[in-house]
Design a protein around this ligand. Structure first.
Ligand code: HEM
Length: 402
């Protein structure tokens, strides 16, 4: 009998790991009759396919565009034009053209320079936390929005705008079960708002350049003859990719630590464990659920004939809990070594913000655990997760601090 394959069922949303394990045990290259896609859950397959340059991400977004139809494409003009500038949905050589200037503007040295500010933001937010608090709304989301403001060189007062924008634009990216009647209006408005706000912001940066990623990006992209739409697209990609994912990690990582008191105690006792612990939190229940790749020619995967144009859903969560690579994968082992998780992807689309995400996570977990020795769940209600295919993020995480 086939295992259940509805990745949007309440069961799969709340416990994707058990669900993906059953799919992997049945067949790690699983044709889903429901979603009409291949779901891949073995680490070896996902790692190899992320590196396979013959697979397309652009075709995934192309079919999405077609489904929207001409009428909606008009309404969503600005939103779709932002997406056109997302390197994530482009194949080489376009991908290289869009990634290279961002990579040159967003350097490791720039991340290093941001660390003291990140630590200050952590301290400020921890100072102001109510007790009980919702770690998502009161800490994780504001922190990641503040860091993105710093990164782009925009005023911290913009963080509310960024947070709301990311929420609304997320409905375009995450789609699926969140497509209710207000879906199109929210996404269209997010596209229009971003276009207006960031067009002004770019004009200011052009007039008064500074040391932010945005100014560097403007300089590099001028040399590369990028269009204004491409610059806006890159900004929106950085903003979106940097906001939701990192905030999801801070919340799900805190939840995982509280559910594993031994690991929590070991981490409190020795802060030098933090970098390895962050890697394990990324692996154990990280923010990226699934990424789509599309073969442009027929191929064989795990004994299955995959046709050109069929969608492959590469399950990052599934790969990161594959017992063939990770012993006792459901256990949080903050000293796990080696830890070849795929939370930041691999290959040409490897996450450009991984150094920043790691720096934020170290500062946030370090600050939170040091400040609140009695940190615990505020209640025993089941946790609610975002009901999407792509992201694994908690909607709220109520905690007691003292
Ligand atoms: C814990 C936090 C994060 C996680 C788990 C994460 C995960 C990922 C993953 C899995 C990919 C590859 C997607 C694919 O192959 O289809 C990716 C791409 C990307 N990420 Fe991150 N990310 C995080 C934080 C950030 C931050 C903070 C930024 C920037 C501010 C960022 C910027 C990007 C960009 C620009 C890409 C596209 C790269 C490309 O297509 O060439 N990410 N991220």
């Amino acid at each position: 009998m086939l295992p259940p394959d509805n990745l949007l069922s309440p069961e799969a949303v709340s416990d994707p790991h058990g669900f993906l394990r059953r799919l992997r045990e049945h067949d790690p290259v699983f044709w889903s009759p429901r979603h009409k896609v291949w779901i891949l859950t073995a680490h070896a397959d996902v790692a190899r396919l992320l590196l396979d340059r013959s697979l397309s991400t652009a075709q995934g977004i192309g079919s999405f565009r077609q489904r929207l139809g001409a009428q909606h494409a008009g309404l969503l003009h600005h939103a779709m034009s932002l997406l056109d500038g997302w390197m994530l949905f482009r194949d080489p050589p376009e991908h290289t053209r869009l990634r290279d200037p961002v990579r040159r503007a967003f350097t490791p040295a720039m991340v290093e320079r941001l660390v003291p500010r990140i630590e200050r933001h952590v301290a400020t937010l921890l100072d102001g936390l109510p007790d009980p608090c919702d770690l998502v709304a009161d800490f994780a989301q504001p922190l990641t929005a503040m860091v993105i403001c710093d990164l782009l060189g925009i005023d911290l007062s913009e963080r509310e705008f960024l947070r709301e924008w990311a929420r609304d634009f997320g409905r375009l990216i995450y789609g699926a079960s969140s497509r209710d009647a207000s879906y199109l209006d929210a996404v269209a408005s997010a596209g229009d708002r971003f276009h207006a706000r960031f067009s002004e912001c770019l004009a200011r940066k052009r007039a008064e350049p500074d040391d932010s990623v945005l100014s560097h990006l403007l300089a590099v992209s001028q040399a590369e003859q990028w269009t204004q739409a491409e610059i806006l697209g890159a900004c929106s990609m950085l903003l979106f990719a940097g906001h939701d994912t990192t905030s999801a990690l801070l919340a799900s990582g805190t939840r995982a630590l509280l559910r594993h008191p031994d690991s929590l105690a070991a981490l409190r006792a020795d802060a030098a464990r933090l970098p390895a612990a962050v890697e394990e939190l990324l692996r154990h229940d990280g923010p990226s659920k699934t990424f789509i790749r599309v073969p442009v020619a027929p191929m064989q995967i795990g004994g299955h004939a995959v046709a050109a144009g069929q969608h492959l859903w590469l399950s990052i969560l599934g790969a990161n809990q594959d017992p063939a690579v990770f012993a006792a994968p459901e256990r949080l082992d903050i000293a796990r070594d080696p830890n070849p998780h795929l939370a930041f992807g691999a290959g040409i689309h490897f996450c450009l913000g991984s150094a920043l995400a790691r720096a934020e996570a170290r500062a946030a977990f370090g600050g939170l655990l040091a400040r609140f020795p009695r940190l615990r769940f505020a209640d025993d209600q089941p946790h609610r997760w975002s009901p999407t295919l792509v992201d694994r993020s908690l909607l709220a995480l109520p905690l007691r601090l003292h």
